[in-house]
Design a protein around this ligand. Sequence first.
Ligand SMILES: [Zn+2]
Length: 313
Amino acid sequence: MSRVRIIPSRHIGVSASLLAVAIGAAALLQGHTPASMAEDGGPRLTVERTRTLELPGGRRLTVTAIIDPQLVDPEEAMDELAPGSLPISVGAGGASAAFTIFDVWAKPDIPVTMHYSPDNAPAPQGISYTTGLVEGAIAKWDAIGSGMRVVYGELTSPIASMCDNPDGAGDGINTIQWRSNLRNGVLGSTCTVTNGRLDAGLRVVEADIVFSTKFNWSFGEVTPLDAYDWRSTLLHELGHVIGLGHTTTADAVMLASLARGVQRRTPQDDDIQGVRSLYGPGPAPEAKPVPQIPAPPPGLTRRATLPVVGKGE
Ligand SMILES: [Zn+2]
C-alpha cells in the first residue's frame, strides 16, 4: 500500500511490484544454481536437537542446540554438549509454537532480564553493533503484548554459562554470550534450568544462550546466501528462553530450522499467540482519557459552539 502512495503513477507502482517479484525470483534461482550446490555440497539448513538432564536438587536442564547436520552428526554433538542427557522433542510437528514442552517463568520472576556480553562477537561493524541487535530482538518479544516481559541487561565481561558447564550449579543470571570452543557444526545452544516438581509444574529459573564464533554469521540488513542470519537465530533462541516450542507454521520465528540466506526477524501471529497462551494477553491497555465535550446550551446547535475562524476577513 505504501508503495502505491509514494509513486505518483499507479502504472509505475504495478511495474515496480512486478520488478520486485522478478528480482526475488532471480535471487531464488541464483541460490539454487548447480554451481553453488557443488561448492557447498547441497543446500544448507540447520536442525535442532533438544536434550534433558536431571540436576541435583530437583533441578532439570534443557539444552537445545542449533546444528548444521552437514558438518556434524547431531546426536554426537548433543552427547558432547550435554553428556548423559536424554533426547526430547520440542513441539515437533505441532501447528503452533504454543504447543510446547518448554517450561514457563513464574510471575514473580517476570520481567526476565537477558544479559549480553559482546566479547568475541565476530561483528564486522564492531561489538556495539551486536549489542543493539540484541536489544532489538529482546524488544520484539517484549512488545507483543502478553504477560511475559523481557528486558535487556548488560554484561561487562563474560561469565559462566549453563551451556559451558551443563551439570553446574548455575548462577541465576540469564546470559547471551559468544564462545569459540563449540564443536564444529554447532551454531549455538540455549540452556534452560527449571526447578520444582514435575506434577506441580516446573518453573524456569535460569536461561543462557551461547553462539559459536566459528560460523559464517550475517548481521546486516541483507543476508548473503552463504551465511546464517544471526538476528533470526537470536530471535528464535529467545523464543525458547521465554517458553516457546517449535511450530510448523510457515514464516513463524519458531520454525525448527533456518536455511542460509533466510531471515525471520519478526514474531508472526503464530509466535504471538504462543506467548499469549503461556502468559495471557497481558495487562489491559491503559484507558486513554476521553476528551470532555460539554453539551451545548439549550437552543444552540453544536456548530455554534465552534470557534469562528477568519471572521471579518
Ligand atoms: Zn528451536
